[in-house]
Design a protein around this ligand. Structure first.
Ligand SMILES: Nc1nc2c(c(=O)[nH]1)N[C@H]1C(S)=C(S)[C@@H](COP(=O)(O)O)O[C@H]1N2
Ligand SMILES: [Mo]
Length: 323
């Protein structure tokens, strides 16, 4: 997505064979330390204050997530990893710099306008959404198009439940999302290289899929600014850039909406952006990924491991053309 990515190509010496990948997981499972390891990571004392949370030395930054692994048995990433390695170009293109710049951003008060081709357009305060919908934990893999990944214990609710509340018209075919535009608080938005505000979109049936959520928190606490406070989309079977942060507008539309990355580089970032190890990015392979916190690379899974749940959405489609 930026020039640095040209160097993401993987030396073959780093690629873990499938057997090595499974034996490591089996080893961890046999030792019974998969979940214990994750809990230790989440609660590990810190040697210095965390600038993103202000947590004092030795103080856990947050309550632990209630699940220590995803459904594949892989440990959740630590709170520290999830909040200190971010893509959020409204602040900076430096993944390790977002946490330093994002405290200036003020996510309160917050409203989200939900409209377009709906019978009951409405503007919701974030507190309305927290009251209307149960906030449930969802442990999902996040697979960035840059070929790194994490496991994140989100809190949130199903996007479909919000859409139902505004009653889409039959003419609505797509959902368009927009991030807040606040160049005073988001220094990256002063960059002329990106067509702000950030926009994303889903087909309506994708948006109704039960795995698509609007996240309001992670690790059992409200969403940190760097992760898209106070409300962001999470679509776990698609590359991370679809999971748009700090949403202020959701619009039901008839035509496929423009998206920021597609507008910048249409041959590199398609509208669908489903995780697919068989379709390489023009500048690097998508066959494997680096899980943050792990030493070896791992194989990338079709639809990021959610194939059974979501493949039906794309039946009959050519996933190479519709990348
Ligand atoms: N508004 C906005 N949303 C965004 C981005 C961004 O730059 N701006 N980056 C995307 C990308 S590329 C990824 S990988 C994920 C990263 O989410 P995380 O920082 O919570 O892990 O956010 C996505 N959502
Ligand atoms: Mo990403």
């Amino acid at each position: 997505m930026d020039n640095k990515l040209k160097h993401v190509a993987v030396p073959s010496s780093e690629i873990t064979s499938e057997s090595a990948y499974f034996s490591r997981r089996d080893f961890l499972k046999a030792m019974g330390i998969v979940s214990a390891g994750a809990l230790l990571a989440a609660c590990a004392p810190k040697s210095q204050p965390d600038p993103s949370t202000g947590a004092a030395p030795g103080e856990a930054p947050s309550p632990a997530a209630s699940s220590a692994t995803d459904e594949l048995g892989d440990p959740v990433n630590s709170f520290e990893e999830i909040t200190n390695y971010n893509n959020y170009y409204e602040f900076t293109t430096d993944k390790e710099g977002v946490a330093r710049l994002s405290p200036k951003f003020n996510p309160k008060p917050w409203t989200v306008e939900v409209g377009g081709l709906v019978h009951k357009p409405q503007t919701f305060g974030i507190e309305d959404l927290l009251a209307m919908f149960d906030q449930k934990e969802r442990v999902y893999r996040l697979r960035c198009v840059e070929a790194w990944s994490m496991v994140i214990p989100w809190m949130g609710f199903e996007l479909g439940d919000l859409l139902k509340a505004v009653e889409p018209m039959t003419s609505a075919k797509f959902v368009r999302f927009e991030t807040v535009y606040r160049p005073d608080e988001m220094p990256g938005q002063r960059s002329p290289f990106y067509p702000w505000p950030y926009q994303e979109g889903l087909r309506l049936d994708e948006a109704y899929h039960r795995l698509a959520i609007l996240a309001t928190g992670l690790y059992g606490q409200s969403l940190p600014n760097q992760n898209g406070a106070p409300l962001r989309l999470v679509v776990p079977w698609k590359y991370g850039f679809k999971s748009i942060k700090s949403i202020v507008r959701i619009e039901l539309v008839e035509e496929m909406p423009a998206t920021l990355w597609n507008a910048i580089a249409p041959n590199e970032y398609g509208f669908y952006a489903n995780v697919n190890p068989e379709v390489d990015h023009p500048r690097w392979s998508q066959a494997s990924e680096r899980r943050i916190g792990e030493f070896s690379r791992r194989e990338t899974l079709m639809f990021n491991g959610y194939e059974e749940e979501v493949a039906g959405l794309y039946a009959g489609m050519d996933l190479r053309t519709n990348y």
